[in-house]
Design a protein around this ligand. Structure first.
Ligand SMILES: Cc1ncc(C[n+]2csc(CCOP(=O)(O)OP(=O)(O)O)c2C)c(N)n1
Ligand SMILES: [Mg+2]
Length: 299
């Protein structure tokens, strides 16, 4: 167990950054640096995080960052890993830090290639369930029923399970996290750092701007995502699936809050009918059936 008071005091996402108030990605970045310190090279494709540092020549990141093409995180990170190896540098962790659009959609080919080659890096997908930076368009991570500017009547398709797609690459470590559970988040990043090969962490990153809720509610929304079972905290280590607390206590449906408690706080779900809410509840319950089975088998 890591105690909060043992975490480093240093901040490497500095004041004056241009993240929206209540940005889940900014909280997640702060936690990333609490976990790893500044011996990190971030590889960031086009996304909100490439805007958060502010305009050149200023930056709010006190670590080296490579801002790269939308589709190229896996490929660029592979290059950085190779360059560090060539130079004999062993104490720097390469972190690909990409949005859901840059991961689920356009970046999946270079990520898949890097994973298949076993590139030694941590890939973190911070998932705000839309193309936030360009004005909230749908992505492959937008959930069923959610409003975006390109799904004005609610998205009709379901979200991909990207963590299981990555687990199918047989990489040594896959995990999910959420900044509302900071110590679980930090533990997973630190564990990933110690494992050789490709590590993939999928982070739910609540977004007040795109999800249409008050910016003071980010942590609460993340907690409700977990407590309702819409977001599930788990790890897959060498193919072995394990639920983490508090998700590990939610296999029994009666322990989970109704999904409506999560949905009703967000303007993006405002137009859902009762039938839609029921449909979403059913989808979540079906997903849990799969997670229950996974706890008994291996991926
Ligand atoms: C090839 C290409 N197409 C489109 C764009 C425009 N673009 C920049 S960021 C972005 C959306 C990023 O969405 P996501 O990866 O989810 O990150 P977020 O902005 O939500 O943090 C798009 C479409 C681009 N930079 N390059
Ligand atoms: Mg996004």
């Amino acid at each position: 167990m890591i105690a909060i008071k043992e975490l480093p005091k240093e901040e490497y996402l500095l004041k004056g950054n241009t993240a929206c108030a209540g940005c889940g990605a900014a909280i997640s970045l702060r936690l990333l640096f609490k976990a790893l310190g500044n011996k990190v090279i971030l590889v960031v494709p086009a996304c909100c995080t490439s805007v958060i540092p502010g305009p050149f020549p200023y930056t709010s990141f006190a670590v080296p960052v490579q801002n790269i093409l939308f589709e190229a995180t896996g490929a660029t990170a592979s290059g950085v890993v190779a360059a560090l190896k060539q130079r004999g540098i062993k104490d720097v962790t390469v972190v690909g830090w990409a949005g859901d659009g840059g991961t689920f959609d356009i970046g999946i080919q270079s990520l898949s290639g890097a994973a298949e080659r076993g590139t030694d890096f941590i890939y973190i997908c911070y998932d705000n369930e839309a193309y936030g930076n360009t004005g909230v368009q749908r992505s492959g991570a937008t959930p069923y029923g959610a409003w975006t500017t390109t799904t004005p009547t609610g998205k009709k398709e379901r979200k991909k399970n990207i963590a299981l797609i990555m687990a199918a690459h047989r990489i040594p470590y896959v995990a999910t996290a959420c900044p509302s559970y900071p110590m679980d988040f930090i533990r997973k990043i630190r564990k990933a750092k110690e494992i050789k090969g490709t590590k993939f962490i999928h982070v739910l990153s609540p977004c007040p701007t795109g999800w249409r809720y008050d910016s003071s509610k980010t942590v609460e929304i993340g907690r409700l995502a977990v407590q309702t079972g819409i977001w599930v905290l788990f790890e897959i280590e060498n193919g072995k699936f394990k639920l983490n607390p508090p998700s590990s206590g939610l296999i029994d449906k009666s322990k989970r809050k109704p999904v409506q408690e999560y949905l009703k706080l967000q303007g993006r779900f405002r137009k859902l009918s009762e039938a839609d809410v029921e449909k979403i509840q059913k989808m979540v319950d079906e997903d849990w059936e799969q997670y229950r089975e996974l706890t008994q088998t291996s991926v």
